[in-house]
Design a protein around this ligand. Structure first.
Ligand code: KIV
Length: 271
């Protein structure tokens, strides 16, 4: 039995992330399971258990079908696998829009069961009342505006926001509304670069960009996209690794070894 005591859990806090406004860029990534989260934990300040897990982990066509229990299951795994980053869990479609009361009940369940540090929800001005209700009752909220995938049916698909300059005031009002309602940070997704840069200058909370602007106070990507596991990543993704090819080669070698009876060898069996 090991006599070493496990390293203490000392997580980055919500106020520490909020204080990064205009400072060193915030490194954020998604993660959905313990092993990858443990790696991300050594390098990122924020780990998002995003509802994109419905598409990435479960082959869904959009995030709309993701249930609350699935978010909780993956949230637990990520919290267990990490000790440093602030873990934020996405509220899935249908779990918070109805009323502030419903949002509180579900967000409290997520926080109690996963032990995450905050939740994220999509929507700007229309969600401000709910964001205020949650934050006043002890639930830190990361907001998410611009391209909001849970509304893709209303938007007519995954469309870059702000191409038409006349829409900018509405996006700016969304950012201002969530900041004033108490969100500690806001994700700007799929938004033309000058608009994301403008919003970053205007709001008092950190902006976390995805397909937005290098001027944002931080950046987030879906881990599997940047690792090269998505055969059709969105244009805004920079692919930092080619894990898809590596996994393919490893599985191919394993299959060949099994077929040739060259695995297991002496060192892989118990004599
Ligand atoms: O679900 C998700 O992965 C997200 C990020 C894209 C921000 O919301």
């Amino acid at each position: 039995m090991s006599t070493e005591s496990p390293k203490p859990v000392r997580r980055i806090t919500v106020p520490q992330i909020a204080a990064r406004k205009g400072g060193d860029p915030i490194v954020a990534l998604t993660s959905y399971h313990a092993h990858t989260a443990a790696i991300v934990d050594r390098h990122a300040e924020v780990i998002l258990v995003g509802d994109s897990l419905g598409m990435v982990m479960h082959g869904m066509e959009s995030t709309v079908g993701v249930p609350l229990d699935l978010m909780i299951m993956h949230g637990k795994a990520v919290v267990r696998g990490t000790r440093r980053a602030l873990v934020v869990v996405d509220m899935p479609f249908g779990s918070y829009e109805e009323s502030p009361g419903v949002a509180f009940r579900n967000a409290a369940k997520v926080m109690k069961e996963t032990r995450c540090g905050a939740v994220k929800l999509e929507g700007g001005a229309r969600m401000a009342e709910t964001i205020r209700f949650l934050t006043e009752r002890g639930i830190p909220v990361m907001a998410h505006i611009g391209l909001t995938p849970q509304s893709s049916h209303v938007m007519g698909g995954f469309k870059t926001q702000g191409r038409d300059e006349t829409s900018w005031p509405a996006h700016e009002a969304d950012a201002q509304a969530v900041a004033e309602a108490g969100a500690f940070a806001v994700v700007l997704e799929g938004m033309v670069e000058p608009l994301a840069a403008r919003i970053t200058r205007q709001v008092a909370i950190p902006t976390i960009g995805i397909g937005a602007s290098v001027d944002c106070d931080g950046q987030i990507l879906v881990l599997e996209d940047m690792l090269g596991l998505n055969p059709r990543p969105p244009r805004f993704v920079k692919v930092y690794g080619q894990l898809g090819g590596m996994i393919e080669a490893a599985v191919q070698s394993y299959a060949a070894d099994v077929r040739a009876r060259s695995f297991p060898t002496d060192s892989e069996v118990y004599r």
